[in-house]
Structures are given as structure tokens and as C-alpha cells.
Write a protein that binds this ligand. Structure first.
Ligand code: HPA
Ligand code: ZN
Length: 340
């Protein structure tokens, strides 16, 4: 495993789960332009090169502005199917065995696309991924935290119709100024309905948003959470309670949470005993899929194959799979290591 290509191939074949992946963030410029054309919409960019050139962000908000504009090309059930299918085809090529993807229903409802259209296309593609590639999944719907709590509650009521097909709820979009406490009632209701609960916290927001998400929203997992290191008390608690963190290294550098990968705290987080996982967040926008994230961290922070195996194990452990399913995937990792 001395060379970089060897490490990449090792990670590509390593059985892995992806737990922090926005389906709308997998919209590659090629598909964005094709869907705009198919739907008779004005092209958001003159060509693929122009789209990629526009993907230079200063912070979370500058990314979100572009991301929501891009999502506007998603109009029909087939569009949502094609989006999700393109991602699962790539996931299969990287031996991603289990996924817990996010989608943002409010992004589509606010454009006049009903909840049922978006979720129908996504669910069909997830079923096909299971059938064609053996990829298991648990779908998570996220509330946009810059919209009102009433809007989120309304979306939750609609989601009840799809209760058996949605595993959990999450919280994404602009973090600063939209603290966890804004969504206490919504998450309480989601918990009573039996949904798993997660939230983005400690990406651009402070470490206290992590603790507040645990205490006020009852979340089982923190998305990002990288700013926990600013408060040793928060780190100690996350370690003690084995709260998983879904870390997205390429995203963090693109959105300037850290100026460069060499300053990314992933290595320190592992050393602190945190239950860290690596994920790709919005791979079409941030320059890489799951294996690319592992490789980028390895290049900058001397991540070893042993570390990669730890991270892959963590990804299953942190998932919402049943114990038996987790054990089966962990055994796949053991078999892969034994054979490599
Ligand atoms: N943070 C917040 N909201 C998001 C993100 C993110 O990284 N990606 C898509 N929506
Ligand atoms: Zn995210």
C-alpha cells in the first residue's frame, strides 16, 4: 500500500457506508444541463465548463445560493430518479454498501414540486440500487433551518404519508443565526412519530450548537461537528456517549471551514477517540466522491490503510442499520482485509 494509487484502490474496494450525502448535491453539471433542456427550462449555465467554473465558494451561504439554483432543474419524478440513480451507480463502483442519503423536500415544495413527486423518484432509484447492486439504504429528509419552524412542521405532517419509507429527519442549510432551539417542537414531534433524528451542527456554527442539538433536538448523530474541538468538554461528551460525527473533508475545505486540508482536524478527531466517519456531503460541488475524500485526507494527514479501515468500520457502526446488518457488513470488511 506504499503508493497513492494503491491506497486509492484499497479504499475503493473497502466496504463502506455513506451517511452524509445530499442527493441534490450529487447533481453533476452534465445532468443539470440535460435536465434543463429536457424540461424546456433556461440553461442555468451556458456549458459544463461554465458551471464548474462557478463552483468557487467563499462560505456555506455562497454554496447554498448556487446549490438551490441548480436544484431548480429537478421537475419530474423521472428527474429525481435519474439524479439518485447516477449517485447509486457511482456508489456501487466505489463499493459503498450502505447509504443514508438526505433530501430537502422544502427546496422542491417551494418551487411547486410536490413532496410525492420528489420522494417517488428517489425511492424507486433506492429500490433499484438494492436490487441491482445490493446497496441498502435509509432515507433521511432534512428541514431547511433558514425557513420557519412552522414550515418544517408542515413538511413533517406531509411526510407522515411516507412514514415507513423515511428513516429519519435532519436539519441543514444556513446554520449561523438558525440555532437548534428554533426546531425543538418539530424534532419532538418527529421523535414521537418514531423518526431517527440527526442535525448539521458545528460546521459554521459554534460547538454549543452540537450540545444543543443533542439536548434540545434529541439527535443521535451530528453532521459535520468539526468545531467540537473548540470545546474540550463537548469532545469529552461526544467520546463518552459515542455520538457519531459525519465529517466531510473536501466540503470543509471548499467552504473554508478550514483553509486547507493540512489543517483539517480529522486526524486529531480520530486520536481523541471520537466516532468519526468520512463522507462526501455534496460531491458534485465539492470536487470528489467518497473515495476522493479518503484519499484527500490521506495525502494531507498521513491517513494509513489501518485508519481507513477504522473509518469504514465507524461508518457502519454509526448507521441506522440493525445490529445483525451491521455485523454482516463488518464481516465483509474482515473478509476484504483477509483477502487483500
Ligand atoms: N451544510 C448545510 N447545508 C447543506 C450542506 C452543508 O454542508 N450541504 C447541503 N446543504
Ligand atoms: Zn451536509
Amino acid at each position: 500500500m506504499q503508493d497513492r494509487a494503491g491506497f486509492r484502490e484499497f479504499v475503493r474496494q473497502l466496504p463502506k457506508a455513506e451517511l452524509h450525502l445530499h442527493l441534490e448535491g450529487t447533481l453533476e453539471p452534465e445532468l443539470m444541463l440535460a435536465l434543463a433542456e429536457r424540461n424546456g427550462m433556461p440553461l442555468p449555465f451556458p456549458d459544463v465548463a461554465a458551471a464548474r467554473a462557478a463552483y468557487a465558494f467563499d462560505d456555506l451561504q455562497s454554496f447554498l445560493d448556487l446549490y438551490y439554483a441548480g436544484a431548480a432543474v429537478l421537475q419530474t419524478e423521472q428527474d429525481f430518479y435519474d439524479l439518485t440513480r447516477a449517485y447509486t451507480v457511482r456508489a456501487a463502483q466505489e463499493n459503498i454498501r450502505h447509504i443514508e442519503p438526505f433530501f430537502d423536500p422544502q427546496t422542491h415544495i417551494s418551487r411547486g414540486i410536490p413532496f410525492g413527486i420528489a420522494i417517488a423518484g428517489i425511492l424507486l432509484a433506492l429500490e433499484d440500487a438494492q436490487e441491482d447492486f445490493g446497496i441498502t439504504s435509509r432515507l433521511i429528509m432534512c428541514f431547511l433551518r433558514d425557513l420557519s419552524a412552522d414550515d418544517a412542521m408542515h413538511t413533517l405532517q406531509t411526510a407522515k404519508l411516507y412514514h415507513s419509507r423515511i428513516a429519519g429527519v435532519g436539519l441543514d442549510s444556513a446554520e449561523v443565526g438558525n440555532p437548534p432551539e428554533k426546531f425543538v417542537t418539530v424534532f419532538e414531534e418527529a421523535g414521537m412519530l418514531g423518526f431517527h433524528r440527526v442535525a448539521h451542527a458545528g460546521e459554521e456554527g459554534p460547538a454549543s450548537y452540537i450540545t444543543d442539538s443533542l439536548d434540545m433536538l434529541g439527535v443521535e448523530r451530528i453532521d459535520h461537528g468539526v468545531r467540537c474541538l473548540e470545546d474540550p468538554g463537548v469532545v469529552a461528551r461526544l467520546v463518552r456517549e459515542r455520538i457519531p460525527l459525519t465529517v466531510c473533508p473536501l466540503s470543509n475545505v471548499k467552504l473554508r471551514v478550514f483553509p486547507e486540508m493540512a489543517e483539517h482536524p480529522l486526524r486529531r478527531m480520530l486520536d481523541a477517540g471520537l466516532l468519526v466517519t468520512i463522507n462526501s456531503d455534496d460531491p458534485a460541488y465539492f470536487g470528489g466522491y467518497l473515495t476522493d475524500n479518503y484519499v484527500a485526507v490521506a495525502d494531507a494527514l498521513d491517513l494509513t490503510p489501518v485508519d481507513a479501515v477504522t473509518l469504514a468500520r465507524n461508518s457502519f457502526e454509526a448507521s441506522f442499520l440493525e445490529t445483525q446488518e451491521k455485523d454482516a457488513y463488518l464481516a465483509e470488511i474482515d473478509a476484504f482485509i483477509a483477502g487483500s
